[in-house]
Design a protein around this ligand. Sequence first.
Ligand code: C2E
Ligand code: MG
Ligand code: MG
Length: 716
Amino acid sequence: MHAKDEIRIRKLDMAIPVLLWLFLIICCLSFLFYMIRKNEIENNYDYYSAAKQNQFTVKSQIEGDIHLLNTIAAGFRGMDSEHARQLPEIIDRMNLSKEGMKIEYTRKLDWSRLDREDTYLTVMIRGEKNQPLGYLYAGNARDMLNQMLNTQTLAGVGICAVLDNKGYFIAANGNRDAIYWNSIRNKTYDMITNHQQTSSELDFTKNKHDYTVLIPLEYNDWYLLNVFPKSGLQGIHMEMAVGIGIMILISSGLFFVFFYKQYRTITANQKTLVNIAYTDSLTRSRNFHSFKKEAVRILRTADLKRYAVWYCDIKKFKFINDVLGYEEGDRILIEIAGLLQKCSGQNSLFCRVSADNFAGLYQYESRTELQNCFQKLIEDFRQKELSYNKRIATELCMGVYFLEEEDRNVSIDNIVNRANIAQKYTKNLPGNQFGIYNKEMRDKVVDESELESEMEGAIKRQEFRIFIQPKVSIQKNNEIVGGEVLVRWENPRRGTILPGQFISIMERDEKIILLDRYMFEKSCQWLHQYLKSGRKPINLAVNVSKVGILRDDFVDYYGSIKEKYEIPDGVMELEFTETVMLTDDTVFNGLVARLHEKGFICSLDDFGAGYSSLNLLKNLTIDIVKLDIMFFRKSNDIRRERIVISNIIRMAKELQIKTIAEGVEYTETVDFLRTAGCDIVQGYVFARPMPVESFEKLLKETVTLVPQDEYKAVNT
Ligand code: C2E
Ligand code: MG
Ligand code: MG
């Protein structure tokens, strides 16, 4: 899904390894060619040296032969013409005694009979008075030259030939004849005229890789042609090149396999990372980050008047987690995410912001659509939950902000925050709630946030004060039998703040536990002083938030403080709100039993305010039930109301549970309650909550209180 869109492997990331690979290949090939070239140069140098050596050998041999002829001719020097006639005979005899050179004598060199090339070994004989007597020459000169060129030293490798300065053939090794040599004369002649000593292009042996060296023989204006077949070395080079090529191919193959694998791994890792970065791990929906990104994208070009942002919260979710366990909590979150997914149409999206908070963007035709969607969500969720047979009715609360064109430049965080404000605002109202953002909400939420930030410091600075509202026994002459400890926040800036304004805020993040324990200790402190001054014990009820009782050290803590201030048993009362019914009965009754052991009285506060059931009275082992103020608000049908109240009182009595009526404001109600058998009344009809000092003063001054309709506060 959205993760896919995010995978963009940068082209550069891909190109870098390929470029590196190309670079490597180019380096390898360059090195290979460099080596081949270097080898070739070295070989050519060797060939040239070999040719030079050949030239030296041939030249030395010819010079040797000339020297021999000269030595013989010197023997005939000064001979007269008479004796000269015997020369052919003498030479014949010499030839018989000697192998190799066949020496001939001629009176005159006859060029028509002798080829100039055949008589290259020719010397003159000078007779009397240095007159020419004739010539000595090697009759087998050409054969001798051929033989010499055929010797192992010269013909060991390739071709060795002697050419004249026009490129004509004189002698050569091998069996190529003059016709052959003359057929390629134009090539050799070119080399001679161009003074070109080496060539790789001449093709003598039908081998493309011949290397030719043509150097002057330095005798007779002749040239020595050497042709070296390079095939052997070239073959090695080729094999080397092929070998290296194969290695490059194999390594390239391996590189690409490795590269592909890496690419796959990187892509997969990136997918996983994107998933982690953009998906909520529990519900598999978008996370907030991804939501914001996508919402910004959609809204950029959208008609804002058709969009709303919502923020949804599960009420009491922390409590669900605490009581039913995290697994159940997770299951609920997954269910809700599934239902929200169904509600999201095209161009609508949602995400889990955190914990039990979801947010979404909704495209609508009419504004009522979203509320209908919310109703459907609640209904579907209720159906699902019924199948789980749960004891907690999960309630949802949704805040909505309808976008306007002027929100175009407002950040998505701010927009979501507005929906969140609407959600927070409606959250404290009972049941499932749907609220639409307005400015009044914003002010309240800002105000609450301000208060919230001050709370912890306020506890430390002891800004919370104890007020006590007297409890009057209407069955015993309206005698003051105790009081309920109620907190008041003396805020230096805002004056006295009532608990209704801050208790629910404190309950959100467990600051309430700090406050409850503080109030309890302060109450014990006061009672300790009071009893020390010789007064008889008086019942004092302290409120305990539902969050507090879930703490493991709850009973131990309250027990230890009670002990610390030497409070006698049966005096301190702890009030639990009816939400304790959400916990397991047996767990709660276990707590009550332990509190009883430690000498506490336990009462159930606000009975009738929310989801009270008469079953509670039957199941909970409490000592007192406090009827909620709601019972005593003026109602349309007072007769029916009184029937309900009397029966609750009667039933409680039968169960040996005392009844306290809270919030009673009229004497008439007091009369009714007395007849109905209610034990105690706590209400403005007798006294308002008052500072602890005033309560102490009241106790000193009077034992009973007189109810009055025109109630007046003793001190508020
Ligand atoms: P509650 O425990 O049910 O206390 C009774 C509330 O009813 C008190 O409100 C009291 O002032 C009010 N009340 C009593 N008689 C009358 C009457 O005749 N008419 C009217 N209109 N009201 C009457 P208060 O003091 O504002 O406290 C509100 C709630 O705040 C308390 O309800 C209790 O739930 C909570 N609360 C107060 N102090 C503490 C505390 O220290 N810890 C905790 N956890 N909650 C506290
Ligand atoms: Mg109370
Ligand atoms: Mg109450």
